[in-house]
Design a protein around this ligand. Structure first.
Ligand SMILES: [Zn+2]
Length: 272
């Protein structure tokens, strides 16, 4: 079964019971951590262990998406976990120099026993077991990527952080599950509004929209309602501890979707 478990959605800083961006994708026999925002690692450990992860995929290098990669490094290096090969980490090319700077190292080589950094580029593709990961460069004012994950004939598209852009439209075409940020109340060059998230889902023929990364100037449930009004399709709000089946959809609008599995701590419907 292909599933996406929400670990965190807050921006730009973690809140009580609401870490920053992080998602666990289980598909095609692989487990991939998508973004590693502050707080998301502890939430991840409710569902799996670091030594079971096959890869980490990071959309961009803003702190709210990568902060817990440092904690993951410390866990893997010093946490007495089962020995594993270096964890593949896909992310912007500058990740290595950022990590080296944090650790006060001239380069990232001393970390390579633990993390295997693999730079992303536009149209980057990699197969992890039977899961295909396709990255596209998107508009966020920095080196930033959106992700399309495909396995067993089903697809998940994650916007990362970005403004509407042609590459995201191409990547998102016909996605079974579109996970889109809705950070800003008004259009900007770096983020989506809720209405733009809904328009993307409508334009690209998404089967299901999940709204995430709703910024501090918006209420996330109202944002979800605003996105749903434009999309006119199954729409929900990303809630921590909720697991969503990728590729299961119906004509149901709003609230918890039939493909949505309440997590260990029950998922909260977006609006009832
Ligand atoms: Zn962000």
């Amino acid at each position: 079964m292909n599933t996406l478990t929400v670990l965190g959605t807050a921006a730009p800083y973690p809140l009580p019971d609401r870490p920053c961006s992080g998602y666990l994708l289980r598909a095609g026999g692989a487990e991939v951590l998508i973004d590693a925002g502050p707080g998301s690692l502890a939430e991840l450990l409710r569902h799996t262990t670091l030594d079971r992860l096959d890869a980490v995929w990071l959309s961009h290098l803003h702190l709210d998406h990568i902060g817990d990669l440092l904690n993951a490094y410390y866990a893997l290096a010093y946490g007495e976990l089962p020995v594993r090969s270096p964890l593949p980490v896909y992310g912007p090319a500058e990740l290595g120099s950022r990590l080296a700077g944090f650790f006060g190292l001239p380069d990232v080589a001393p970390l390579s026993d633990v993390l295997d950094l693999r730079p992303l580029s536009d149209r980057h593709r990699v197969r992890v077991h039977n899961l295909e990961l396709i990255s596209r460069a998107v508009e966020h004012g920095c080196d930033a990527y959106a992700l399309r994950a495909e396995a067993d004939g089903h697809s998940l598209v994650y916007s990362g952080d970005c403004a509407p852009c042609p590459s995201l439209d191409e990547l998102a075409a016909g996605a079974d599950l579109l996970l889109c940020e809705a950070n800003d109340p008004e259009p900007t060059p770096v983020h989506h509004t809720p209405e733009q998230a809904g328009a993307l889902a409508r334009r690209t023929g998404a089967r299901q929209l999940v709204v995430t990364h709703v910024g501090p100037l918006l209420d996330r449930f109202e944002a979800t309602t605003a996105a749903e009004a434009v999309f006119d399709g199954p729409t929900s709000c990303a809630e921590v501890a909720t697991t969503i089946q990728v590729g299961i959809h119906s004509g149901h609008h709003g609230g918890t979707l039939p493909g949505q599995i309440p997590g260990e701590a029950a998922g909260v419907p977006c609006h009832e």
